[in-house]
Design a protein around this ligand. Structure first.
Ligand code: PMP
Length: 462
């Protein structure tokens, strides 16, 4: 919050707006926080050149008691045609219990009006509480949150804030197909880092970084999906996460932790801590930029996600929001926060546990059908989170890896089944024997029929 001084008429006014995040930090944490200058030096040229919007940067002052605002061009809510909003909410513990929720006038007014760039206060406060409960991170420890139109919006803003055209970047491979286009349009030098069932292959990452040419700037970011990865379904082990954190420190890069499947973990072992949680015990804090999504646990159509990252990076992302879309959708935020605060964190965790069990059951059905139809023509590892099965087609000759592209794009489609060939998930478009199949939607019969058709397509192409 900007410092205020009292004007001669007794009304507080802002004197400067650049130190929005200057909150006191506990000593043990403060000594490990990378300083603001560290982050400022690493912002992209685009980000360094952004200016803060003169209206939006002081919008939050409208909340000051006693202040009369002549500031923003907000339309008057009495001209809006929607006068009330009621919806029905499932109980997180017993979903058969449904309760009608009627938004209060104040909630409705907030939902229909322009709001803060970072997201509405009740939602950002809820996110701070969640990050404390789920990752042990306290508000005021040098990081802050911002809400976006889905995690995708925020990943793009973080990439734009940190990466310059032509920069070298690291991404796990295979990788969520929604991210490489961000790097490709910036003509980045994309380095794929191999993954296996335990996560990022840290020995090849270390080898890559240790043999990095001395005359070439090292990569600034590493993108990874640490739980129930899209497409591989893998969840990185604690050991691998710690190694990646150490490499980030040794070779000076940020970890973009994209974690929309965090709450869809259904593995048999306790869930390993997130990068965001683990970095608190690192000798340096500030290398993790974390993205959460409400898409898989509340609704994907609401388009809500949140980023938790060092203050300077969040400010750079907010400066982007100010010029691109002003703010996240107010009504979506009001709907979400009215659900989340009514449930409380306990209710949220109960709900997400139920959702993860739902996908576990879907995985089991899918895997049983794979065993029936594909056991002699494909190989796979069972995912422990998320909604994807990643399997290798055994179509290559003499035990070599084949290419799933032809089988999936032509033969499978002719037989009436649609999936994605592995090549889609490699930024450098290498040939892949793998296939990604989503098991989130189909019932048992459709799964069985889809895999029966796929089997015919595979045999047909041998
Ligand atoms: N990251 C990953 C790994 C995803 O799988 C998705 C959704 N498919 C997203 C980000 C985008 O999430 P959101 O709906 O929150 O924008």
């Amino acid at each position: 919050m900007s410092p205020l001084v009292t004007h001669s008429d007794g009304i507080p006014v802002a004197v400067e707006t650049t130190k929005e995040f200057a909150t006191p930090v506990a000593n043990d944490i403060a000594s490990k926080l990378l300083p603001d200058e560290y982050f400022r030096a690493r912002l992209s040229a685009v980000s360094k050149n952004r200016t803060t919007d003169g209206i939006r940067s002081v919008l939050h002052l409208e909340q000051t008691p006693g202040l009369i605002s002549l500031l923003a061009g907000k339309p008057h809510s009495s001209t809006f045609p929607i006068t009330s909003l009621t919806f029905t909410l499932r109980d997180p513990i017993d979903p058969s219990i449904e309760t009608p929720i009627h938004l209060t006038q104040a909630e409705l007014d907030e939902g229909l009006q322009y709001g803060p760039t970072t997201g509405i206060a009740p939602l950002t406060e809820w996110v701070y509480g969640l990050q404390k409960a789920a990752h042990g991170r306290d508000k005021g420890e040098g990081w802050s949150v911002t809400i976006g139109n889905g995690a995708q919006d925020l990943i793009y803003k973080a990439v734009t804030a940190l990466v310059n055209p032509g920069d070298a970047i690291l991404t796990e491979a295979p990788v969520y197909a929604g991210v490489p286009p961000m790097f490709q349009t910036m003509l980045c030098d994309v380095h794929e880092v191999e993954t296996d069932a335990d996560g990022i292959d840290t020995s090849s990452l270390r080898a890559l970084l240790e043999s990095w040419p001395t005359d070439k700037p090292k990569p600034k970011v590493l993108y990874t999906v640490p739980y129930g990865c899209n497409p591989t379904g893998m969840t990185a082990t604690l050991e691998r996460r710690l190694e990646v954190l150490q490499l980030a420190r040794e070779h000076d890069f940020f970890i973009l932790e994209d974690d929309p499947y965090h709450y869809l973990y259904y593995g048999s072992h306790p869930r390993p801590p997130s990068y965001f949680a683990l970095e608190k015990d690192q000798p340096e804090i500030g290398r993790v930029v974390r993205f959460d999504s409400l898409s898989k646990v509340l609704s994907s159509g609401l388009r809500l996600g949140f980023a938790s990252a060092p203050n300077v990076i969040i400010k750079a992302m907010n400066d982007h929001t100010m010029v691109s879309n002003l703010q996240p959708n107010s009504l979506a935020q009001i709907l979400a926060v009215s659900v989340l605060t009514r449930w409380g964190y306990d209710g949220f965790f109960k709900h997400t546990e139920r959702v993860s069990q739902f996908y576990k059951a879907k995985r089991d059905v899918f895997e049983a059908a794979m065993r029936r139809h594909l056991s002699d023509v494909a190989e796979w590892t069972s995912p422990e989170a998320g909604m994807f099965m990643w399997f290798k087609l055994l179509t290559g000759e003499n035990g070599a890896d084949g290419d799933s592209n032809e089988v999936i794009r032509t033969k499978a489609l002719e037989r009436g089944v649609l999936a994605l060939p592995g090549t889609v998930f490699f930024p450098n478009k290498r040939t892949s024997a793998y296939v990604r199949a989503s098991f989130s939607q189909l019932g048992e019969q459709d799964v069985d029929e889809a895999l029966r058709r796929l089997r015919v397509a595979i045999l047909d192409s041998r």
